[in-house]
Design a protein. Structure first.
Length: 338
């Protein structure tokens, strides 16, 4: 079987679209994108969740520029009114979960203000969902979803993946995997002791793993590991507090491929906890008054996750640069056609 290598045409944005039209890498990529879309709908239909049609503009970004922010928002102006292009639909999916008892989901673009690099796109496809239940429930759901996607890739995209990745052993492993390994953030820090480049500390009780730290953990656990209960100040305010310890969050990142590929978390159950989190993260409540009101009016225990689709495809194709996983390029600050 022939090997298909990425043309790296993103290095010439003005001519990229012409390469896409002729190159087998991108023909294969369209097949994989289609598999993700159909398989995602199939998975959630089996579980009774509902797909929501949501606007891409919002006044409530899910990563506000306060403590725990992990991205730069993209601000635009529409008819003289400042707004944002959504970095996540998590808030809207929480809203939708109150309308759809089986949960809500979507698959659509998200926007980030950081420059594109080997692991980040300015505009990427996001597979997100919110379900009733807690952190363990959503982690189990993520694993089931990934198994479902792996099986679909093997059934419908084996030829394309053999051409692009050279093998499908990693997909076969995930398709048959039982529960993936889990460590708490504090346990992970202990395992990484002696590696000063593995953990970043922005301030006391606000630590996060570096790419080097993520890679070291993945190597230790065979390529896949959940890191749970991080420092609360290192994640956005809406992640719930761990029981009896508001310094820790009810959230988890699944590391595989290039590193963090799925982020998951449980939300605050009470308005008092939500207001306390806003205070701790130094985020003005006025900007999220509607969110506070929703939780006061309709309290519900929910949890959710976000999967970066191009990061999933980067892993599936065993590739090393996410910029080769975009059919049409979008770099912030650059006018690119079409």
């Amino acid at each position: 079987m022939q090997s298909v290598e990425a043309p790296r045409s993103w290095t010439n944005p003005d001519k990229h679209y012409l390469t896409v039209l002729d190159h087998p890498w991108y023909r294969n990529l369209t097949a994989l994108q289609d598999i993700v879309a159909h398989s995602t709908t199939e998975f959630w239909k089996q579980r009774g969740a509902r797909f929501l049609h949501l606007p891409i503009t919002t006044g409530s970004i899910s990563s506000p520029m306060g403590r725990g922010s992990d991205s730069t928002p993209v601000q635009v102006e529409l008819e003289g009114v400042p707004t944002y292009l959504a970095d996540s639909m998590q808030f809207m999916l929480e809203f939708g979960c109150r309308l759809a008892p089986g949960g809500s989901y979507y698959l659509m673009p998200s926007f980030r203000g950081e420059p594109a690099d080997e692991t980040h796109l300015c505009q990427f496809f996001h597979s997100e969902a919110e379900i009733p239940g807690g952190l363990d429930d959503v982690m189990e759901t993520v694993e089931a979803y990934l198994r479902h996607l792996a099986v679909s890739f093997l059934e419908h995209g084996r030829r394309e993946l053999l051409e692009m990745a050279g093998s499908v052993d990693h997909l076969e492993f995930l398709a048959g995997a039982a529960t993936l390994p889990r460590v708490t953030f504090d346990e992970a820090v202990g395992l990484l002791e002696g590696r000063p480049d593995a953990v970043r500390e922005l301030e006391p009780d606000c630590r996060s793993l570096t790419r080097s730290g993520e890679r070291a953990l993945m190597e230790r656990f065979g390529g896949y590991v959940w890191v749970t209960h991080p420092d609360h100040l290192s994640v956005p305010f809406y992640q719930g507090f761990a029981p009896h310890d508001e310094r820790k969050a009810l959230s988890a990142d699944l590391l595989f491929g290039i590193g963090e590929t799925v982020g998951a978390g449980e939300r605050h159950l009470t308005v008092e906890e939500l207001r306390r989190a806003l205070e701790l993260h130094q985020v003005p409540e006025e900007a999220y008054e509607w969110y506070v009101n929703m939780n006061a009016y309709h309290p519900l225990r929910t949890s959710g996750f976000g999967l970066g689709v191009e990061r999933l495809l980067l892993w599936a194709t065993k590739h090393d640069d996410i910029r080769d996983l975009a059919l049409l390029l979008r770099f912030n600050g650059t006018d690119i056609l079409p």
